[in-house]
Design a protein around this ligand. Structure first.
Ligand code: NAD
Length: 272
């Protein structure tokens, strides 16, 4: 039986970057069902159709900030807004990310720097600017505040023509361990863990599959879904809600003794 909606995040404020789609949106939905107040950020303008309709559907406990994770001034504005709206932050999900595929000798320095600026700088900047508010709020909840950095199975193992994404997600994995040690040694009430999704059916994955189809690797996206499912021991791709369940665990007091760890949600893909 599911404990969805058990309200175990009541009284907690969560900030989720890249929250308008995919895994970030699923986390927002789950956290709201668990009683949290949620602030989402994404690139879309606050008055865009996607942001307006999503926020209207999520209800009054959710709000939105248009912010680019690669820009330091956007993080400064985001933290100030959360402070003003809620006076606290207990959970930070550094979720926004992009992918980049291609043989290493074909990658441009511009493309490399772009993926690093979003996937790595974005996680660093979000952490840096939210730490004071998380530290101030974390003492009020069992297990403290929680930083959840979204890495990937591609941050654990290499994969053909994914080297830049591998590098960015590997950086997220070790950055998370570094800050976890730092917070623990300084007795700051913040835990930090990395989340490692396998193949999850989101707009990011769909766009990636479409690029592979365009490059002639497959006839249609569904062929790639089938191939990925066949190479995954559980035999299917993940639904974003299954990643949100893991994020809920990391956000809640149930993971109070967990910091600097890697939570792998991949249907057994890296166990092979
Ligand atoms: N889908 C998968 O199979 C999968 C697997 C492993 C890891 N991940 C990781 O999970 C995270 C979420 O991925 P997803 O599949 O939900 O992707 P998605 O593209 O469906 O959603 C990501 C969101 O991030 C936003 N975003 C992109 N760049 C941004 C920026 N500079 N500033 C703010 N927001 C930005 C996008 O607009 C989008 O709404 C990413 O870090 C991704 O690398 C995804």
């Amino acid at each position: 039986m599911s404990d969805l909606g058990s309200k175990r995040l009541q009284g907690r404020v969560a900030f989720i970057s890249g929250g308008l789609r995919g895994i970030g949106l699923a986390c927002a939905e789950r956290f709201l069902a668990e009683g949290a107040e949620v602030v989402l950020s994404d690139l879309d303008a606050a008055d865009s159709e996607v942001a307006s309709t999503t926020l209207a559907r999520l209800g009054q406990a959710a709000s939105y900030i248009s912010a680019n994770v690669a820009k330091e001034e956007d993080w400064e504005r985001a933290v100030a807004t959360v402070k003003e709206r809620h006076g606290a932050a207990h959970v930070l999900i550094n979720n926004a990310g992009i992918d980049l595929t291609g043989a290493v000798e074909t990658l441009s320095l511009e493309g490399w720097r772009r993926i690093m600026s979003i996937n790595v700088d974005g996680v660093f900047l979000g952490t840096k600017h939210f730490v004071p508010l998380l530290a101030a709020s974390g003492a009020d909840v069992k297990g403290g505040a929680s930083i959840i950095n979204v890495s990937s199975i591609m941050g654990l193992v290499g994969y053909n023509e994914v080297s830049a994404y591998n590098a960015s997600k590997g950086a997220v994995r070790l950055f998370t361990k570094g800050i976890a040690i730092e917070f623990a040694q300084k007795k700051m009430p913040i835990r930090a863990n990395s989340l490692h999704p396998g193949f999850v059916l989101t707009p990011l994955l769909n766009a990636g599959f479409q690029r592979w189809v365009d490059a002639g690797f497959a006839e249609k996206p569904q062929d790639l879904v089938d191939t990925m499912a066949a190479t995954t021991p559980i035999g299917r791709l993940a639904d974003p809600s299954e990643l949100a369940s893991a994020a809920f665990f990391l956000a809640s007091s149930d993971s109070s003794y967990m910091t600097g760890a890697e939570l792998v949600i991949d249907g057994g893909w890296t166990a092979q």
